[in-house]
Design a protein around this ligand. Structure first.
Ligand SMILES: Nc1ncnc2c1ncn2[C@@H]1O[C@H](COP(=O)(O)OP(=O)(O)OP(=O)(O)O)[C@@H](O)[C@H]1O
Length: 315
């Protein structure tokens, strides 16, 4: 069952297509990481999902229900940009205002519980202006949580947090997803944190979705591999496959052979030398998640790849 489905979702500001025909599907229970450079269109897409910005065209379905333009689903909680905290009110009163507006039964108890979940139970009665940035961010999370949503939209929830705050928000979100089965749609630049929580990624570039990947696919793409180049890749491949049946080989679009699974340059080099196959390049390639996403996100705003575009590396 889908938690989020957008079809042709588009937002233009003048000549700028901030979000361009976004077709996105998020399954229930996923923690979906939405990744892109500054200005790629993440916030605009999420604001449309939250009913804060009207789409120019396209449709949005949340938890199986079509959303009227500008409507907000009561089953969704959102933390987008400033969480709208009243600094003069206590954390509890802030959350209660929202709980009452949502018509949450037993608003006070529900508000306490939301604050407990984000670790602010002990300071519930303190004014929000005395909260640190991290505590304010967690208060924003409590505001998003108080209606017991089935879907959470979190736009840059780690912004302004110290490492401890980042960890607290991350573990809270993962706990919610696991214990309550909440679907989480999260945008962040903090890739190493996303890597620890996300089950699927979508990469947005110039308003368009250029790639979706499961966490396992990202792990695979980030795994070290041996790269071999020679003039006769098919012949070399056959020799290597005979010699190392346990290794996963693939030939890339540029004819480079990629070997994953622990083959060393020395062992591969020996086999190819014995077969009389000259090798022009032989090296271990190491790539971390940041390098992978920097490639996918693009360096500067460019013309987007087609909606169904795949990485040039091809798999
Ligand atoms: N209200 C607006 N009026 C005009 N242009 C806008 C408006 N909101 C966003 N844009 C433009 O739309 C594009 C996408 O912006 P958006 O804020 O969605 O990107 P983002 O991926 O969330 O970036 P960031 O990570 O910096 O928040 C940018 O070029 C931005 O300047």
């Amino acid at each position: 069952m889908e938690a989020i489905k957008t079809v042709g979702l588009t937002k233009t500001y003048g000549a700028k297509r901030a979000v361009d025909a976004l077709n996105l599907t998020v399954q229930r229970g996923e923690i979906y990481g939405f990744v892109g450079r500054n200005g790629a269109g993440k916030s605009t897409a999420m604001k449309m999902m939250a009913g804060l910005v009207l789409p120019t065209t396209g449709t949005i379905e949340l938890l199986g229900e079509p959303q009227a333009p500008g409507a907000t689903s009561r089953r969704m909680g959102a933390l987008i940009e400033n969480p709208g905290i009243h600094l003069g009110l206590s954390g509890l009163d802030n959350v209660m205002c929202r709980a009452l507006a949502l018509g949450v039964p037993d608003a006070k108890q529900a508000s306490f519980e939301a604050l407990e979940v984000v670790g602010l139970g002990g300071v519930a009665k303190k004014r929000a202006k005395s909260y640190s940035l991290g505590m304010k961010q967690r208060l924003g999370l409590a505001l998003a949580l108080v209606g017991s949503p089935d879907l959470l939209l979190l736009d840059e929830p780690f912004n302004g947090l110290d490492p401890q705050g980042v960890r607290e928000v991350r573990t809270t979100v993962v706990g919610l997803a696991k214990m309550r089965g909440i679907t989480v749609f999260i945008s962040s630049h903090v890739l190493d944190q996303l890597e620890r929580m996300v089950t699927r990624y979508g990469v947005i570039r110039d308003g368009r979705l250029v790639r979706e990947m499961s966490a396992e696919e990202v792990d695979r793409e980030c795994a070290d591999y041996l790269c071999i180049r020679c003039a006769t890749p098919q012949v070399a491949l056959a020799r290597l496959q005979d010699a190392f049946p346990q290794i996963a080989f693939s030939v890339m679009e540029d004819d480079a052979i990629r070997a994953q699974g622990g083959l060393t340059p020395q062992d591969a080099g020996q086999v190819l030398a014995r077969a009389g196959i000259p090798v022009s390049e032989l090296f271990m390639h190491e790539r971390d998640i940041e390098e992978l996403f920097v490639e996918l996100m693009g360096s500067e705003p460019t013309d987007a790849m087609p909606q169904s575009g795949r990485s040039e590396r091809g798999r």
